[in-house]
Design a protein around this ligand. Structure first.
Ligand code: MG
Ligand code: ZN
Length: 225
């Protein structure tokens, strides 16, 4: 690691900033008819995230919008230490981005208390103007990614070249793994930790954002960040 590089953080949302996955929670709560085989195909890797998530929300009527939003806001918990972590990165002038495969209608209200600039939140969007919910994909894969991610995390990360930036990734799931391979520093939990262990990708496991603050402080004191 080099002290001349500028640190930049890419942080997942579902299961990372929040305690659990909101798309899974929405589907399991509302159980739109036919979502289960689609979810299974996403988990098995037989359908892309973009196709699968789009297909599951297309099973839900747009008029359920308010009900879905109030359900998510009522049950989603923000991981411990997140507000302190944001204070810390601001104080250290570290650039912070949310890079999420989730959707604006629940991410924006959940992040609203934290004052993160809109152009620092990368996520998918939902269109409720038709009969059914249509997910739109403003940040699709660009070369060389061909995973049909929906919101392509590696495409966002690539805009911050490794020669100039110390790229720090925070995440919890398999969808964070490609980014983890590119990053200089990975904070992982859950499935991402297991995948990194399995394939020998260096990572620092965490449970709360306070752990990450402690580790970043240590690295700064050691002069490696
Ligand atoms: Mg996640
Ligand atoms: Zn992609």
């Amino acid at each position: 690691m080099s002290i001349t590089k500028k640190p930049v953080i890419f942080c997942d949302f579902d299961g990372t900033i929040t305690n659990s996955d909101n798309i899974v929670a929405i589907m399991q709560h509302f159980q739109p008819e036919g979502y289960e085989p689609i979810m299974q195909r996403i988990i098995n890797g037989h359908t892309s995230i973009r196709e699968g998530v789009g297909a599951m929300f297309a099973l839900m009527p747009s008029q359920q919008k308010d009900e879905i939003i109030s359900y998510v806001l009522g049950q989603a918990g923000i991981r411990e230490g997140f507000a302190r972590f944001l204070d810390y990165v601001r104080e250290q002038q570290i650039e912070f981005f949310v890079t999420s495969g989730g959707i604006d209608f629940f991410i924006d209200p959940l992040l609203q208390p934290f004052d993160i600039p809109q152009d620092h939140i990368f996520c998918n969007e939902a269109d409720f103007s038709g009969d059914i919910i249509q997910i739109t994909w403003p940040h699709p894969c660009q070369e060389p990614c061909t995973n049909d991610c929906g919101m392509c995390k590696t495409t966002v990360i690539r805009q911050y070249p490794a020669e100039q930036y110390e790229r720090i990734l925070i995440g919890d799931s398999l969808t964070d793994f490609e980014g983890a391979k590119m990053a200089d520093l990975v904070y992982s939990r859950s499935h991402l930790t297991l995948k990194c262990q399995e394939l020998g990708v260096p990572h620092v496991p965490f449970e709360t954002f306070d752990h990450i603050i402690e580790d970043l402080k240590q690295k700064q004191e050691q002069g490696v960040l």
